[in-house]
Design a protein around this ligand. Structure first.
Ligand code: BES
Ligand code: ZN
Length: 867
């Protein structure tokens, strides 16, 4: 890929890469043999690449990418090269005048033992693991490390026998003793893959084994590797893997293609999990689950993450991305697939609520700030910065819109065609749209602008009823804010799922999927006998902001009568936005909730728990473009929550008594009861009910699972109830002691404290000084930062911002990927009211002198451009 340098001085060190400069690789690698030999003071990597100049690609030298590698030897066709036959720089090794076909052998030394960035091969405790997506492989050996070079990999790993576990992708073909008390294993992966899917693992791990017979009759051995003490936390993940394999066969006709599927749990991992071919590597937080130590949301997330990485085997691995601009081709589509799978694990309405809640709070907020970009960007500096909510969640929404419009059968015909046409290839978003169109017989190519344009579109609408002709006329208009890097947006195809209700009876009068694909359109409903209440974007049929002239009264009606559980929730959210952002009276909301909750709770506790969601302060802030005052918003939101708690004060005792603690069950129903009980408990605190402290104390003691224990602890710690301070301290100490050997539970312990709504920066700093705090474990760092970030009141202070700046500086070299993500919490600094805005700007400007990684430099540059 050509690299164009930007004239701007500040960016010189980190050039911009453009999609338009894409060029086919000059050389392909037909096969690669790796020999990885691990020693305590360094690792030797020998690689042998069978290379071939690609017909039709541009003429050019043979270039291999490599970073932080100590080159010991390079040979072409068995001849060691003299220094004048190649050039080595910080990023690459160029071999002059290489033949069109040749074998390139290199030997390098690397240092996993001191690799804190957690990319390439790194040591985490007594475990050696790899993370190669997107550009980690070049930190292991010299290679054309780009996703459109697909090769067959053979891997020999050698290490001391104190590391009995030696794993790599594919099939184990040989293992045995090596010299000096060492041993080795040779693995061969029969499927061609890009280097970012290479993985190996060396350590001393226990394994849970199972098996699965595919619909094609292949017997697959399933293995989940972890530290011995955590082996009993692997059953949930194993079951989820089998369920996912079955689901993909049923829903997409996709069967697994190798004889084994391995998953390894690692405690130090930047991301959630990674889909390496046949050898997934998972953050322990995303694979280990046990009722005693894991909350319901985490247990649920384990299942959907297992599904996500498994689904990548077809959408990502067998069909991969041509270049990293196409990332949403695999990530967006795969998130849509894991969301669809998750609908089978809890009610579809609640699954949709959860997905949309995170879309709005993460993606809409991102798109409203300086990081705004299309799902398929056309330029970037650091690809690691583009694993974003936009690529993932908006990417998933696009796949969903197409699936909605095509309907189940035609969407399946489209995906069948995609898999038929492109199996074994590295492709683009256009290839996906072409396959879906040709396979289904319905042209969906006009969805391309959804991938290439930035910003959240707004759909503005009005309805008009004409009693004389019994018609209801709906006018809809679409618009999007102009974006400097992506100007001239085209109108988008926007599916608007619509229902009309009889306001007297609550009956549905009409249901229709409208397609708004012009700047402005009118839709007419006939034979409508009474003036209806309209419900739009049911199930959130498109990722847009809706500005419809509902009355608050109509929205309150929808909270009570909408049969689409998602839109029932959505109506409550819209009412709340009006109260919190536009100063509407809270009464219609309070009344609708009070009338709906008691009966709904008896039917569907999970949905009821969600119905009481109040948009987060960060989401609300994302809707305020200037003069944002965190304390004002905080107080407004608190006042609303308190009013809600007081309105139902007499109901909470019955509601709480209705949900006694019962033996643990892992079901949607039981999860709903536990979630609802915790909501009721925190409402009881807010309402100032004298019995609340007692309930929490008893719930903590009687808890049969972490959801109950943590719910009680959180209610106590967060609510500063009269007479509860001492108990909070005591139970925090008890919790820490009980779970002292459970890293993931200790993360929860940190997060309860860092997420406390009244937390101060000094308290956050004290947490970083705690002996259990650890900068080298991203989960631990995030247990403080990500929950703290939910408290804009403390974040948006000079000390709060300085805290972020100091942490960013500290992590910039040690773990730039992590540092860059943490820093993004400050994206919307420029919306703050003066003088804080200028003070924050000064802190960010000063930080520029202290950071140098491409990830952090790019993020900070974006932030500062936003004024
Ligand atoms: N391919 C990614 C993991 C990844 C992302 C590696 C960025 C390197 C850089 C993986 O499939 C993924 O998307 N994981 C998600 C979890 C998933 C459930 C959305 C993650 O790690 O957060
Ligand atoms: Zn993924």
């Amino acid at each position: 890929m050509n690299i164009a340098t930007q004239p701007d001085d500040a960016q010189q060190a980190h050039p911009i890469v453009y999609l338009k400069d894409y060029q086919q690789p000059t050389y392909l690698v037909e096969s690669v043999s790796l020999n990885i030999s691990i020693f305590s003071n360094g690792t030797l990597v020998n690689s042998s690449l069978v290379m071939k100049r690609q017909a039709g690609a541009s003429l050019g030298e043979l270039v291999l990418l490599g970073r932080d590698l100590e080159l010991l030897e390079v040979c072409v066709n068995g001849q060691e090269l003299r220094p004048d036959q190649y050039r080595l720089d910080r990023e690459s090794l160029t071999i002059f005048g290489a033949p069109d076909q040749c074998v390139v052998d290199t030997q390098v030394r690397i240092h996993p033992e001191s690799n804190t960035q957690l990319e390439g091969l790194y040591q985490a405790g007594e475990l050696f693991v790899t993370q190669n997506e997107p550009e980690g492989f070049r930190k292991i050996t010299f290679f054309p490390d780009r996703p459109d070079v697909l090769s067959v990999f053979t891997t020999r790993i050698e290490a001391d026998k104190k590391y009995p576990t030696l794993l790599a992708n594919g099939n184990l073909i040989e293992a045995g003793d090596a010299s000096d008390g060492r041993h080795y294993a040779i693995w061969q992966d029969p499927t061609k893959k890009p280097s970012y899917l290479f993985a190996c693992v060396v350590g001393d791990l226990a394994v849970l084994k199972d098996s699965y017979t595919t619909i094609e009759g292949r017997e697959v051995s399933l293995e989940l590797y972890t530290e011995a003490k955590d082996l009993d936390k692997c059953h949930v993940g194993m079951q989820a893997l089998k369920d996912s394999m079955h689901w993909d066969e049923q829903e997409y006709g996709r069967a697994y293609d190798l004889d084994n599927y391995m998953i390894v749990a690692v405690s130090q991992f930047n991301m959630g999990a990674m889909e390496n071919k046949g050898l997934n590597i998972f953050n322990t937080a995303c694979v280990l689950s046990d009722p005693q130590t894991t909350t319901d949301p985490s247990n649920f997330y384990v299942k959907s993450t297992i599904a996500h990485e498994y689904f990548h085997n077809w959408t990502g691995n067998r069909i991969t991305c041509r270049d990293w601009f196409q990332l949403c081709l695999k990530e967006g589509f795969t998130v849509f697939r894991d969301q669809s799978f998750s609908e089978t694990l809890q009610s579809p309405a609640v699954q949709r609520i959860d997905d949309v809640a995170s879309l709005k709070s993460a993606q809409f907020a991102e798109d409203a700030g300086p990081m705004s970009h299309p799902p398929r960007p056309d330029q970037f500096v650091e690809i690691n910065n583009f694993y974003t909510a936009t690529v993932y969640d908006k990417g998933a929404e696009i796949a969903r819109m197409i699936a909605t419009l095509l309907g189940k059968q035609k969407f399946r015909q489209g995906t069948d065609e995609y898999f038929r046409r492109h199996d074994g290839e590295a492709v683009t978003v256009e290839d996906l749209l072409n396959s879906l169109s040709d396979g289904s017989g319905v042209d969906v190519r006009h969805f391309l602008p959804w991938y290439t344009q930035a910003g959240t579109p707004t759909v503005t609408g009005q309805g008009e009823y004409d009693a004389a002709t019994q018609t209801y006329r709906l006018s809809l208009r679409q618009s999007v804010k102009p974006h400097a890097k992506y100007p001239n947006p085209k109108p988008l195809p926007i599916p608007v799922s619509t229902a009309l209700f009889d306001r007297a009876t609550g009956q549905v009068l009409a249901e229709q999927m409208l397609l708004l694909d012009q700047p402005e359109q009118q839709f007419v409903f006939e034979h409508i006998a009474v003036e209806p209440v309209v419900s739009l974007l049911r199930d959130f049929s498109a990722p847009v902001l809706l500005d419809f002239a509902y009355t608050d009264h109509d929205l309150a009606f929808l909270v009570q009568y909408e049969t689409n559980g998602f839109n029932q929730w959505q109506a409550a959210q819209e009412l709340l936005e009006r109260v919190l952002l536009k100063g509407h009276d809270a009464e219609p909301y309070l009344q609708a909730i009070a009338q709906t909750v008691p009966s709904l709770a008896a039917r569907d506790a999970l949905l009821t728990a969600r119905l009481l969601d109040v948009p987060s302060e960060n989401y609300l802030a994302s809707r305020i473009d200037q003069d944002y005052e965190p304390s004002e918003m905080h107080q407004r939101r608190e006042a609303l929550l308190n009013a809600l708690a007081k309105r139902l004060a007499e109901y909470w005792p019955t509601a709480y008594a209705d949900q006694p603690i019962v033996p643990y069950v892992d079901s949607s129903e039981a999860m709903g009861r536990r979630a609802w009980r915790n909501v009721v408990l925190s409402m009881a605190f807010r309402a100032g009910l004298p019995e609340a402290v007692q309930w929490a104390s008893e719930q903590y003691q009687a808890a049969v699972c972490m959801t109950e224990r943590l719910g009680a602890l959180r209610a106590l710690v967060w609510n500063d109830a009269a007479g509860a301070a001492e108990l909070s301290v005591q139970l925090l100490a008890d919790f820490e002691q009980c779970f002292s050997d459970e890293a993931l539970a200790i993360d929860l312990w940190f997060s309860v404290q860092s997420g406390k709504p009244t937390v101060t920066v000094a308290e956050i700093q004290a947490l970083l000084q705690h002996p259990r705090f650890d900068y080298t474990t991203p989960n631990r760092v995030r247990s403080v930062t990500s929950h703290f970030a939910q408290n804009p009141l403390a974040v948006w202070t000079v000390e709060g911002v300085q805290f972020y700046a100091d942490l960013t500086k500290h992590l910039d070299a040690k773990n730039p990927v992590l540092a860059s993500r943490i820093l993004q919490a400050l994206s919307r600094w420029y919306t703050l009211k003066a003088p804080l805005r200028e003070q924050v700007k000064a802190v960010l400007k000063a930080l520029q002198q202290d950071v140098s990684s491409s990830s952090v430099t790019e993020t900070l540059g974006n932030l500062l451009q936003a004024e």
